[in-house]
Design a protein around this ligand. Sequence first.
Ligand SMILES: Cc1cc2nc3c(=O)[nH]c(=O)nc-3n(C[C@H](O)[C@H](O)[C@H](O)COP(=O)(O)O)c2cc1C
Ligand SMILES: CCCCC(=O)C(=O)O
Length: 393
Amino acid sequence: MSRDKPFEPVNVYEYETLARQKLPKMAYDYYASGSDDQYTLEDNILAFRRFRFKPRVLVDISVQDIATNILGIPCSFPFVIAPAAMQKMAHPDGEVAVAKAAAASKVIMTLSSLSTCSIEEVARAAPEGPKWFQLYVYRDREVTKKLVERAEKAGYCAIVVTVDTPKLGRREADVHNKFELPQHLTFANFIDSANEDRQRTKKVDGSGLAAYIASLFDPSLSWKDISWLKTVTKLPILLKGVLNGKDAELATRCGAAGIIVSNHGARQLDGSPATIDCLEAVVNGVQGKIPVLVDSGVRRGTDIIKALALGAQAVCVGRPILWGLAVAGEEGVRRVIELYRNEFELDLGLLGCPSLADIRRDMIVKVDWFINSFKASDALHGHSRGQEAHSRL
Ligand SMILES: Cc1cc2nc3c(=O)[nH]c(=O)nc-3n(C[C@H](O)[C@H](O)[C@H](O)COP(=O)(O)O)c2cc1C
Ligand SMILES: CCCCC(=O)C(=O)O
């Protein structure tokens, strides 16, 4: 092991390998898992690789502009941090560290309803950073309403309603591990709650999270509740978890301010298509009326370009942020964001695009002769690159 030069990951797969070495098994498995057979988890990565580039040459790219604006918020590049629950399992600073890194990097952070730092704590830690609040709709509408009101009061600029989780997908590793929130942590947004259930996962035989959700989340959630939410807040409402063009149309009619095309990082319905394969249908469904973002499997700057070429305004990223957080706290998250930004800028230049407006649909092509020439699980868990990282530690 080299003592003088610490190993510096050069891509997000290497961050995952390092994070896996640091994290307790229960936490790593919870973060990494998809549902059931994890077909969708695999396809989220592979589907991006089926798209290839047709670059333009002899374009002056000496001055590049990759900044953008999402729902009126200036962002250093088209990148948003996706909501992920229970971040203190990765690092003691949890969501506060992620929010500070997001603010320093000038990207939007989305805070999960099931965060281990509270709405207000995160807002105080990074007052200048743009933040969205992700909402899970509780059976108890007063609880739901209160969360939204707190987020609005604390300065969050949008509500992201997750619409793909009427029940929790079955993540088998969590069942084996009897996943529960570690004793020293709580769901910080419910700390004052009279109902203890809302502060913790339950100790059960199986996934404690699945039990928590089954008892508290509202499986009757439907379009009429989105209309109700609009009466509760002035903030723009984005729907996260749309994969179908028809639902995109309905979302637009219902007054959603934006859509996040997502299969929840392959943690909900296994067999859902990769999001990059549904993106165009959703973009067509909204007919340019509202912005469309996409997440699930974005691991490279090239993936961001592909998403933009297919009509997305930005991407959201989930797990790699958690890997950066686990490896080096706030600094680790900043480095992960920087990796994405540097790759994006470089690749955009190589494609012959000085700015985002120069990205065109015909610069990418979907190959149907794609042969899976490497083991997909290597791509998912960074094993091949990870081994390299490991041997250099
Ligand atoms: C550990 C973990 C926790 C998550 N928690 C939430 C959550 O609380 N709310 C939510 O809407 N989505 C949640 N998601 C889904 C992410 O917001 C996002 O859709 C997904 O991670 C994107 O895929 P990626 O991890 O491949 O980038 C979670 C994902 C992971 C991996
Ligand atoms: C509603 C489940 C808790 C967080 C989450 O969304 C996830 O683990 O994927």
